[in-house]
Design a protein around this ligand. Structure first.
Ligand SMILES: NC(=O)c1ccc[n+]([C@@H]2O[C@H](COP(=O)([O-])OP(=O)(O)OC[C@H]3O[C@@H](n4cnc5c(N)ncnc54)[C@H](O)[C@@H]3O)[C@@H](O)[C@H]2O)c1
Length: 327
């Protein structure tokens, strides 16, 4: 089976490529425009693999996308602008990659009659007080990022309803693990703590996220790719709801660092309080469940950043200090 993975130089896309290539029956072409979140080192270990090919390009380039899609069996769309803070200071790249980009991919899979898995996020449902969102929960996005992802979901669904396209959407909670951009909470905490620098936390750190180890997400996407039902969507979560302050404290404990490194900073606008997904559908219908407990996954993540000096060496202190306000 030949796959076109988009955004495969980024955090989740690269972990997905490394995981998927463990299956000798899969061949992967990776299209990535080298934008925010990308790092060529993420896929260094498979660059010489004969079942892997990298194409530098943008998913908004119709001609290139057509050429690549016509040569594969399925597309998995990880490519997206992914950082909420950046979407607050400049929404335009989010509209381009996350909405126009999926339109180009959908037109191409319609033309060549191929399958597409769209990777989406729990953020499309907005902030939830108490319950967990099922696949039928109404959209209520708060940031330009989550609004662009909800728009993409709607487009994907419309191609199923209108053109009977072979599409599926997955929605996942916050990922953590190796190869994540240093601007995101967990790598930022690890890398700043390593340097004994202050770790900024928005507000009073009470915002709740549900965390999943990135390889558990990748395995769920593979299940959906092979066994998912056309036109359906699947929520993916590992039931690890925890507030930002507590997760940072857990990381510091694993590293043997002082909680005095924590520094509270002014909150960002529209900061959703809590996301939560009900993932019963994928667990029941596709027999998926997460393999990593939070503590174990965090420990592996800390070790990865500590051991991969080539990856972390070039990250300047500026990468951590810029917030939505200062862009
Ligand atoms: N990180 C999370 O916790 C999380 C949770 C749920 C869903 N998601 C979704 O998973 C996907 C991947 O997220 P991530 O954290 O790996 O992001 P990331 O920012 O680390 O990687 C995104 C990659 O996409 C590429 N890209 C962006 N726009 C492109 C375009 N127009 N053409 C080609 N390449 C382009 C970038 O260069 C980058 O390599 C996104 O769709 C995101 O919305 C992420």
């Amino acid at each position: 089976m030949k796959l076109l993975v988009t955004g495969g130089l980024g955090f989740i896309g690269s972990n997905f490529i490394l995981r998927a290539l463990e299956n000798p029956k899969l061949k992967i072409t990776n299209i990535d425009a080298c934008l925010y979140g990308s790092n060529p080192l993420n896929v260094k270990q498979v660059n010489n693999n004969s079942r892997y090919k990298y194409v530098k390009g943008n998913i908004t380039n119709k001609r290139l996308v057509d050429k690549l899609v016509s040569n594969v069996d399925a597309v998995i769309n990880f490519a997206a602008e992914s950082h909420v803070d950046r979407s607050i200071s400049d929404p335009k790249p989010f509209i381009d990659s996350n909405i126009y980009g999926i339109y180009v991919l959908l037109e191409s899979i319609r033309k060549y009659k191929k399958k597409l898995v769209q990777i989406s996020t729990d953020e499309v449902f907005g902030s939830l007080k108490s319950s967990s969102a099922t696949e039928r929960y109404p959209y209520s996005p708060s940031s330009p990022y989550s609004a662009s992802k909800a728009a993409a979901e709607n487009l994907v669904n419309s191609y199923f309803v209108t053109y009977d396209s072979d599409v599926i959407t997955t929605r996942c909670t916050n990922n953590y693990g190796p190869r994540q951009s240093p601007e995101k909470l967990i790598p930022k905490t690890i890398l700043l703590a390593e340097r004994n620098k202050k770790i900024p936390i928005y507000g009073v750190g009470k915002n709740i996220r549900d965390w999943i180890f990135v390889l558990d997400h990748c395995d769920a996407v593979l299940k959906v790719l092979f066994k998912g039902k056309k036109g359906d969507s699947y929520n993916i979560s590992a039931d690890n709801e925890i507030d930002n302050l507590r997760i940072v404290k857990k990381v510091l404990k694993i590293m043997g660092k002082s909680e005095d490194l924590i520094e509270f900073i002014v909150d960002r606008p529209g900061h959703d309080f809590r996301y939560s997904l009900n993932s019963n559908r994928i667990r029941k219908n596709l027999s998926w469940k997460p393999a990593h407990r939070l503590e174990e996954g965090l420990r592996q993540t800390v070790e990865w950043y500590q051991q991969n000096r080539e990856w972390t060496r070039h990250i300047s202190d500026n990468a951590f200090t810029i917030s939505w306000k200062t862009r």
